[in-house]
Write a protein that binds this ligand. Structure first.
Ligand SMILES: Cc1cc2nc3c(=O)[nH]c(=O)nc-3n(C[C@H](O)[C@H](O)[C@H](O)COP(=O)(O)O)c2cc1C
Length: 150
């Protein structure tokens, strides 16, 4: 069974809600999903995963610092995540999604994009709504297929 880490930072709950939706969807697709707040991820465990779905609220046009800390600490596994799958989501603003995805591209990961409104991953405006439900369903479908293919 392929292993996926869904991790996120959230202060007021919007990003956490998206993370739970994504994790539940990936479990339904038959993946072995670990859902953790980013502050609780043991960085030494990340090479065990076949894919990563990372979420952050948009803070001043980029990811929140606990997510950046996770990304920066992941340098320990540079070249060891090559070819794994990655996707991102945010609450407010797609620039933050792109920043997360850039880091995973530098790791050599294969990134899942979206043809729907979020372009680069689900982007909620405040509390996730029906539009986000639909984007999450699409992301889950595509990401699960990508992880299985790699
Ligand atoms: C320090 C800080 C910076 C923020 N910067 C932005 C921003 O630049 N643009 C924006 O649209 N929202 C910004 N927000 C709003 C959050 O992205 C938004 O409230 C988000 O839904 C919070 O997610 P959460 O509920 O998962 O904590 C900021 C919030 C905080 C606390």
């Amino acid at each position: 069974m392929k292993k996926v880490l869904v991790t996120y930072y959230s202060r007021t709950g919007n990003t956490a809600e998206m993370a739970r939706m994504i994790a539940d969807g990936l479990v339904d697709k038959g993946l072995d999903v670990t859902l953790k707040r980013v502050e609780e991820v043991n960085i030494d465990s990340i090479a065990e995963f076949d894919g990563f779905v990372v979420g952050s609220p948009n803070y001043f046009g980029t990811m929140a610092w606990p997510v950046k800390k996770f990304v920066d600490e992941s340098v320990k596994f540079f070249k060891k995540l090559d070819g794994k799958a990655a996707a991102a989501f945010t609450s407010e603003g797609m620039i933050g999604v792109l920043d997360i995805l850039k880091a995973f591209l530098i790791h050599g990961c294969v990134v899942q994009g979206l043809t729907s409104a979020g372009h680069f991953g689900p982007v909620a405006v405040g509390k996730p709504d029906e539009r986000i439900n639909k984007e999450v369903v699409v992301l889950v479908e595509k990401f699960a297929a990508l992880v299985e293919r790699l």
